[in-house]
Design a binder for this molecule. Sequence first.
Ligand code: GCV
Length: 692
Amino acid sequence: MIPVAVNSTPSPAIHPAWLPPESFRALGSRRIRVDATGPLADTVRAEVSRACDLFGGTVQPTGAPADLILALDPGRSGDGFRLGRRGAVTVVVADGASGLLYGLFEVVRRGEAAFDQTLADERQEPAFGLRVLDHWDNVFVHRVMGQVERGYSGGSIFWQDGRLRDDLTRVGDYARLLAASGINAVTVNNVNVHAGETHLLTDRLGEVATIASTLRPYGIRLHLSINFAAPVILGDLPTADPLDPDVRRWWSDTTDRVFETIPDFGGYLVKADSEGQPGPFSYGRTHADGANMLADALAPHGAPVRWRAFVYNHRQDWRDRSTDRARAAHDHFAPLDGQFRDNVILQVKHGPMDFQTREPVSPVLLAMPNTRLAVELQVTQEYTGQQRHVCYLPPMWSGVLGFHPTGDDAPTLAERVSAGPAGSASRSGPGRSPAGVGTGGRASVRTAAGGVLSAVANVGDDPFWTGHPLAQANLYAVGRLAWTPDRAPAAILDEWITLTFPAAPAALRHVLHALMDDSWETYEQYTAPLGVGFMVRPGHHYGPDVDGYEYTPWGTYHFADRDGVGVDRTAATGTGFTTQYPVPWSERFEHPGTCPDELLLFFHHVPYAHVLHSGSTVIQHIYDTHFAGAQRVAEMQSRWAEADGLVAPALHARVTERLAEQRRSAEEWRDQLNTYFHRKSGIPDAKGRPIH
Ligand code: GCV
């Protein structure tokens, strides 16, 4: 058994996020029994005991009377649990030890309602079996990206200046927060694995093991991003060719050592042949060859490799209008469907480009029925305001997870991905390793149960965890959606408010909903219009720069000229990207008349006078939304002033400061976008507002 050390006393200076002591009042004032043993049961007991110390309740011995009993169902395993009343007692019956933890936090979430006579029986289990946050944290401060790539919350909670942090209290607190939101795994280093970070796999594995033991008490497994060229960088081998026997042996031996050191190690994450990272293309091999090699090394240990589908040409000639970055992942991966081992999970960004404010769902997620898939979301707000802007992202994520790939009555994307490949349990044939079918049964158990949702984390060593205190809600929500993808974003926000601000008066609740519910839409209004994307400052990606990426090699263009704007991705006259979708979407996206307004410029190059379904022209829509978006931010600022005195002064001050920047930035976006399109089109604003 792996030893567990519970060390989760929140550091005093750090904001408690959604677990302030007060949110344990209902639990901590009761008589509670934990009828289970083992490491996670010990964590549950420690939580209960801490709550009781605060609020006067008692931890009861087995057999003693109790108001709440947490017990295990001996016949089951997994994260699920049942919650209900047996007479005057609230009972959590968990499928497995982790279910005890999730059941406990459900009781915390419900507060007094969990002890109400009318509490209805309910069973909960997560839609996605693996719910993982990927940290883009560098061990060594990167000369351009710093300690955390695309991080907007200070330094890494794991690493500092090339070393593991001495004090990992924060990591323990983080694990606790994640467990309370439903997350069960964390990747502790950036997918861009630089030479220094490559050593985490071997000679610096001890540091990784220390993090793993800090995460373990809360049921969080550790994953590692690996460098595909590690056998060359670390192993003194002349090649990293995935079909070379020495390379395969190197990965197998190295992986065995990882599991000797960290027996519950979660798996590898790989970015290969992408943005300068090494990969199988260098050896004339396919991505199936590369992924399967790692899968074979992991299979005896029952663990998966997550292989990212974010592969495209980042040295494109902007003059070439036939190459379409949006097509790249599907072009590379769809032909490989059915060739991956059972313990390969293809991790796909939710949109075909790169975490823009508005994108269609990636067609890769709809095209590979014989491959395990992970939907990758981005919690860190790279393109959505960098945690200086309020941007509550669950409405976007719900749209992705609730998307109906083959028509309105067909299963949602979340249902398809969480169900896994058709007939996966008994699959065999080319690409299925003997291990994947035999001993790899363990891999299936760990990875097949409910598919995978992964998300790029947004936390750092900032006292509020996320830079912008309200960005905590995005982190909380991603875990909740991984359990219940159809949970309404406003309901998740409500939960987050109740937990984070337990004494919140109705006025604060109203202010927070007013600021956050529609904040993604607001952000979209004042930034790049109608799904065209980018228009940000190159490099750091903050603030407007309409042509910033227009003549670069990155494949991110809007093609605005004097007549119109947008990217022609149709089969008829454009790049043919629409054909990567199944019917009915290939047809709906193909024609401007059926393409949803919000994605029009993603799929079509249209004249400025093109009339949208809304009745507005494209140019007037640009003007109207940019004025409206900036105006909404001004209103958010005055709404937040009403929260003065209703939240801690430091939190109020931090949000006030961020809103001032959001307003400045929104007005800059408004003015640059409106001016740019006015100058290009020569068409005046129908309402005669100031354009420069
Ligand atoms: C970690 C985008 C980001 C990069 C990121 C990359 C990825 O290009 O700007 O910082 O690299 O996506 O997802 O791998």
